[in-house]
Design a protein around this ligand. Sequence first.
Ligand code: NAD
Length: 437
Amino acid sequence: MNKIAIIGTGYVGLVTGAGMAEFGNKVICSDIDKSKIDKINSGTIPIYEPGLGEIINRNRKCKRLSFSSNVRDSILKSDVIVIAVGTPEGEDGQADMSFVFSVVDTISNNINGYKIIVSKSTVPIGSGRKIINIINQKAGNAKLFDYVSNPEFLREGSALKDFLWPDRVIIGTDSKKAYKIMRNVYRPLYINKNPITHTSIETAEMIKYASNSFLALKISYINEVANLCEVVGADVHKVASAMGQDGRISDKFLHPGPGFGGSCFPKDLGALLSISKKNNIKMETVEAAIKANKNQKSRMFKKLISLFEGDLKNKTITILGLSFKANTDDVRESSAIDMIYNIINNQGLVNAYDPIANDEMSKIINNINYFDDLYDAVKDADAVVIMTEWNEFRSLDLKKIKNNMSGNIFFDTRNIISMDELSYHEFIYDNVGRIKK
Ligand code: NAD
């Protein structure tokens, strides 16, 4: 049984730990945030991720999964050390590697036998080599470890499914021994013939950035197509669906909306661009995807304010949905943040409702009104704006909403509400890239 320490018990670390325990490994999830570990040890899962609680409890009962705030001890007890700390956007778009380097430092000081050091954190191409050099210098014996880049492709909201049934697992390493052990860590997957690909460290690092940037690019592309659809009288949903029938294009990531957010796409595109600039290679497509996304976020606000004919002063806008996408409480870089700040800066007032993410958003924005009940949130509002595609928003009681509101403006940035129904209830409405009825 492989003994694994996951360092960093956030969205990726927690799912990776639970998933690797489910694969039959013995896993300690470790974090410097003691309050987080205490919370988990007292039975509370610190993030919202469907199905995660069940799998954690099951593996805990079988004694395959445990949680500790003693990072050093977790390293000493394990043979495979998985780094899963954050790599947020730093200066000039570069990835901030300080959390990773701090973990590397702790690992270097605590190598008590052969270990495989794995990065699940998304790190700039070339970081693996730097990490190897740091540990070699500090630990002083190259033979004591091997390094693996094992990028993670899970999506928040369906993270468990993505981890347990991945499209691919990338294992980037120079070491045959480490590759063999990592295949064993993922044993149930290769038995089920899920593709496990062995690459160099740099190739694995690049695969992660290239994949995320391509998906983000697809979103920016369809958003720009949607914007043009509005002007030329075409329906973006019919366009996207027909495009998606072409196997070369695929229908995934062709949903127009308020611009992408989340903890990965914005920072990963920024990091790739910064790497390309450092290497004097132009990546104009990536640059364009970032720019188009910024434009899309401000375009959403322009659409809202034009529904009010330019004046938001003292108008109450109810924002439905705060997380960057459905089925997560993660609000990092959520388009709702831009929308809320724009409303406040234009002297509007904001009511907010999210089925899960109110608490997370209130840590970033605390001068708006949060509601636990959707229909209370729309009471006396002049406008309702859908920012997240939560399922519960797909079946809104529009009659009740209209009766509770004082105005009749409805802006659906996710295109999830029937335009026929909005017309029937006499809303003045807008959405993204559709022909209005
Ligand atoms: P996160 O912010 O949710 O979690 C990071 C955790 O690391 C936190 O709990 C923090 O307390 C802990 N930490 C920081 N420094 C530490 C240290 N020195 N020792 C121990 N713990 C420490 O981050 P995340 O969203 O899980 O992302 C982690 C990495 O995975 C990032 O590089 C990200 O780009 C990548 N990634 C994220 C996703 C995603 O959907 N969130 C998907 C794929 C890859």
